[in-house]
Design a protein around this ligand. Structure first.
Ligand code: HEM
Ligand code: CA
Length: 296
């Protein structure tokens, strides 16, 4: 039901408008490309790609921003607002916030050096959100391989899709609280890497919880296959990252992607399109929000 030409007559300037706003945000802060990509993932995994993550909490509405995986972590909402304003100026009331996330993610990956792809469009925005579904659907960094596989399989994404999409951790940052247990307690970690990470992530919880470290120690603002090369050296930052190369069924996929950037790029693009297809609202379901933070 989604199509690449959905807005070609109703908003011909959509792609140029989104790209220039994303470009200027990334020029100010390269990490923003990672943050926008993650918003799309956290949107799609919770009742489909419907812009639900963008809704603000109010006194009588509990949204997803304070769900465990998002609180003190999901960011870039101000940039989404800027993109939406620019798009509204060009074509008022036409383009959904869910579609803006899909296009902004594609542009972020491409601007940081990764693959590009044709984004399918025509999603509409939810009038609801679910904090409980966000807590239950987005995998935590403590997940083991079977748990990762099943969270993705539940949404129609294969194990190979999961390994390709996790390659997103070639960009962006994580908080100490997300990787503390790994760097202090695990044995399948390179010891000099663990020491480096310990220097800015104190052992005691409660201190330094929000200190940041790059998910890819080599090139945190370049999108390529270094994530997989790190895994081969036991330099995955999150417990869940290293699960993909820990003697299990996905080792061979990690090896393939570490050896072939082009295979990774094409699998990643295909998996992003597949993730973007997760239960969209179409036709007269949902709405095209005026302001991504609140229902019309
Ligand atoms: C495979 C299961 C996954 C787990 C367990 C996971 C978990 C995490 C965690 C814990 C963080 C750091 C959050 C923080 O400490 O504040 C993170 C960051 C990030 N994740 Fe994932 N993630 C997964 C898959 C994905 C996927 C599929 C994508 C995109 C398609 C993605 C994109 C990102 C990006 C880009 C960042 C950095 C964001 C930033 O710097 O603002 N992740 N992830
Ligand atoms: Ca990288």
């Amino acid at each position: 039901q989604l199509s690449t030409n959905f807005y070609s007559s109703s908003c011909p300037k959509l792609f140029s408008t989104v790209k220039s706003t994303v470009q200027s945000a990334i020029s100010k802060e390269a990490r923003m490309g990672a943050s926008l990509l993650r918003l799309f993932f956290h949107d799609c995994f919770v009742n489909g790609c419907d812009g639900s993550i963008l809704l603000d909490d109010t006194s009588n509405f509990i949204g997803e921003k304070n769900a465990v995986p998002n609180k003190n972590s999901a960011r870039g909402f101000d940039v989404v607002d800027n993109i939406k304003s620019a798009v509204e100026k060009a074509c008022p009331g036409v383009v959904s916030c869910a579609d803006i996330l899909a296009v902004a993610s594609r542009d972020s990956v491409a601007i940081l050096g990764g693959p590009s792809w044709n984004v399918k469009l025509g999603r509409r925005d939810a009038r609801t959100a679910s904090q409980a579904a966000a807590n239950n659907s987005i995998p935590p960094p403590t997940s083991n391989l079977n748990q990762l596989i099943s969270r993705f399989n539940n949404l129609g994404l294969s194990t190979r899709d999961m390994v390709a999409l996790a390659g997103s951790h070639t960009i962006g940052q994580a908080r100490c609280t997300s990787f503390r247990a790994r760097i202090y307690n695990e044995t399948n970690i390179d010891s000099s890497f663990a020491n480096t990470r310990r220097s800015n992530c104190p052992r005691t919880s409660g201190s330094g919880d929000n200190n940041l470290a790059p998910l890819d120690i080599q090139t945190p603002t370049k999108f390529e296959n270094n994530y997989y090369k790190n895994l081969l050296q036991n330099r995955g930052l999150l417990h869940s990252d290293q699960q993909l190369f820990n003697g299990g069924s996905t080792d061979s996929i990690v090896r393939t992607y570490s050896n072939s950037e082009s295979t990774f790029n094409s699998d990643f693009a295909a998996a992003m399109i597949k993730m973007g297809d997760i239960s969209p609202l179409t036709g007269s379901n949902g709405e095209v929000r005026k302001n991504c933070r609140k229902v019309n």
